[in-house]
Design a protein around this ligand. Sequence first.
Ligand code: HXC
Length: 290
Amino acid sequence: MFKEDLLKGKRILVTGGGTGLGKEMASHFASHGAEIFICGRRENVLEETAHELEKKYKTKVHYSTLDIRDSKDVDSYIQTIFDTGPLDGLVNNAAGNFISPTKDLSPKGFDAISNIVFHGTFYVTHAVGKRWIEADHKGSIISILATWVWTGSPFVVPSAMSKTGLHAMTQSLAAEWGPYNIKVNAIAPGPFPTKGAWDRLNPNGSDDKNLESTPLGRVGEMSELQNLATFLMADGCDYLTGQTIAIDGAQYLTGGGTFSGLGKLSDDDWDQIRSMIKSANNKDKADRKV
Ligand code: HXC
């Protein structure tokens, strides 16, 4: 979809880039010439991913363990990167989530998620953004959110609350940091199955029926998400900022309309409905005096 050297010369950090969506986006950036930085809590997966991508795409891939919940560790990690040169892009991908009835959550359970998603993402964004501003360096930020930022979502309340906060951060910083040539966008992916997310959000496979009811009748293909992230990371669309872009096959919109369920009706059902409506109309017409 893009020319091979689209991201050549760019240095991009993907938090949680060792696995899942983060690894997929890091791979795509690497395949388009970017130098990659990945961080996360598990050294073995980071090391494996870094070696795999370096070998495959012949580009530099740096890795480091980091828990983004620790603001001091975040700041010193970002400083070590900037000591070797500024980043050009940041993908806030690291997250934590699990499904649970909200009444059964302990305060520690709430904190486990909100400290990663809400606090940790801010720490990284702040550490990178302030250095860009100081160095007068152009930058692009993408945060991986969810369509829950518009609808809320039962059973994942700490994540929905935290990601909605990051949606507000995206809009707010686009305005505040626009003058510094920093664009701030977000992607709200629908169902893109990855092991990390599906183990925690669909552990018994019960979501399959929901997926069939998405207008496109399927889950997302990783290349579709990769293309959107690369588009937002590249030069050439700098006027696009402050946006959270859903890529979900219109799944979340089907939940919003009163008549969303009608997508399941057959032509025969519709014939029957049309004739029922027509006879109701005809009855009304017959009663009219004017
Ligand atoms: C209820 C739970 C729980 C569960 C953990 N807790 N799992 N409570 N139901 N299933 C509670 C624990 O009991 C404990 O509270 C508290 O949370 C902290 O648990 P720890 O395991 O000690 O936390 P920690 O090691 O910090 O791990 C954080 C985590 C974990 C969020 C719980 O799942 C994690 O590290 N996840 C990272 C990867 C991930 O989640 N990926 C999916 C992202 S999907 P008590 O009080 O008992 O001590 C995503 C959106 C996808 O972000 C959108 C798709 C459409």
